[in-house]
Design a protein around this ligand. Structure first.
Ligand SMILES: Cc1cc2nc3c(=O)[nH]c(=O)nc-3n(C[C@H](O)[C@H](O)[C@H](O)COP(=O)(O)O)c2cc1C
Length: 392
């Protein structure tokens, strides 16, 4: 499939289907010398693993990752890294009915129209399981970025109409509620970042607001009772970004991030910084004032979300993605079969009653792959930088 690779230098190709032998990724272009092993990658995969809470698909998979190449004695060698996890609990018979009809909201119809036939077992390539390879490769990117002081944290911002209220760590990055002229809100503090991560991990929904998380759990229980599904919003913060990363004009950092996010199944919206609210704002409100701070150029606010002109501006990058409710629901629905007849269906199989919590680490992984690639592409932007590199 021509669309299975992402990135220019730090380039990932994912492979595999939901009920095939296995899934994974080939990651090429990772610099040599990065410390990585299966245990580190597994930690990230475990955040995406199915069957962990009652709010995810009951399909139990270990998603045990193996590194088949590109790492020697615990370090990357600069050669392609092949990451593979085998499928263990396929129950393809549960999906045999799906072969004959088109699930509303899923990719069955469009796959058939494009290719003439499809691997219907568990959704084949259009399954959420495809994101396993993204998270495995993204884990390598996250570890690479850490060595440069760049950290990524995504979390559930809302589920249905229930939103995190306690957002003292970063709300100021996107909302102009400065208390004093001297306090800047363009970067999250290290303390704020640690607290955000801890509060997120304390919630089974990765929602860093205990009260909102409980309300969302109740709403989800009711939705599951009704054989229905829910959606929500994931917010992501990238801290420690240097300024000037991103390639005008077609490979602007915000454009590439939007592509990375919208390539994840079920992601239907992307907004950076103040996002769609800019439409109702005035220039005088939306502009972020530059402020000199100890020789550093900072911004008083961050409506721009850390990107100006398609390049990082040195503030934290902050963006949100909207995730639709899981399309495969168990209640009765109208659709058509492959002969074009109107039918009524009750979908079988194992499905996530909500995708949002499992997609949080996928958003982090795709962000890391985007930023890692943009940093490497940026290496050639200045002549003096190239001269310095090659000078003996
Ligand atoms: C982590 C993750 C898990 C998913 N789990 C399911 C699922 O259990 N059932 C389902 O019907 N869709 C699931 N999806 C969504 C489908 O993959 C997606 O809706 C489908 O491919 C159609 O693509 P589109 O929604 O982007 O148009 C999941 C997506 C992700 C990212």
């Amino acid at each position: 499939m021509a669309g299975s690779s992402f990135g220019t230098i730090f380039k990932v190709t994912t492979f595999g289907e939901s009920h095939g032998i296995g899934l994974g990724a080939v990651l090429d272009g990772c610099p040599a010398g990065l410390s990585i092993n299966e245990e580190i990658i597994q930690q990230y995969l475990n955040l995406r693993k199915p069957g962990q809470t009652k709010y995810s698909t009951p399909r139990k998979e270990q998603d045990k990752i193996r590194i088949l190449s590109g790492v020697f004695e615990g370090k990357t060698t600069g050669t392609p890294i092949l990451l593979l996890a085998e499928n263990e609990t396929q129950r393809s018979q549960d999906y045999s009915e799906i072969a004959s009809y088109y699930r509303p909201g899923h990719a069955d119809y469009t796959f058939d129209e494009k290719y003439g036939f499809r691997d219907y077992r568990g959704g084949g390539r259009s399954s959420g399981r495809e994101t396993l390879g993204r998270v495995a490769a993204g884990a390598v990117a996250i570890e690479f970025l850490k060595t440069l002081g760049i950290e990524i944290c995504a979390y559930t911002k809302s589920i249905g109409a229930i939103s995190c209220q306690k957002n003292d760590y970063i709300s100021n990055l996107s909302e102009d509620n400065r208390e004093t002229e001297t306090v800047l809100f363009d970067k999250i503090s290290q303390e704020g970042l640690e607290k955000l991560k801890a509060d997120k991990l304390a919630s089974p929904l990765f929602m860093p607001d205990a009260e909102a998380s409980l309300l969302a759990e109740d709403a989800l229980a009711a939705s599951m009772e009704n054989k229905d599904s829910m959606g929500g919003i994931i917010e992501c913060v990238v801290s420690g970004m240097p300024a000037g990363i991103g390639e005008p004009v077609f490979n602007k950092l915000d454009a590439t991030l939007a592509k990375a996010m919208l390539s994840i199944g079920a992601v239907k919206g992307f907004e950076l910084g103040a996002g769609f609210a800019v439409a109702e704002s005035k220039g005088s409100e939306n502009n972020d004032a530059f402020v000199p701070v100890n020789g550093e150029i900072r911004k008083a606010t961050n409506h721009a979300g850390g990107i100006l002109g398609g390049m990082s501006d040195g503030s934290d990058i902050i963006f949100r993605t909207a995730i639709k409710p899981t399309p495969s629901i168990f209640s009765e629905q109208s659709t058509v079969n492959k002969n074009g007849d109107a039918i009524s269906v009750e979908i079988k199989g194992r499905h996530d009653p909500i995708i949002v919590p499992r997609a949080v680490v996928v958003v982090e992984a795709m962000t890391a792959l985007t930023i890692a690639d943009a940093l490497l592409v940026n290496m050639h932007s200045k002549l003096n930088g190239i001269q310095e590199f090659y000078r003996k």
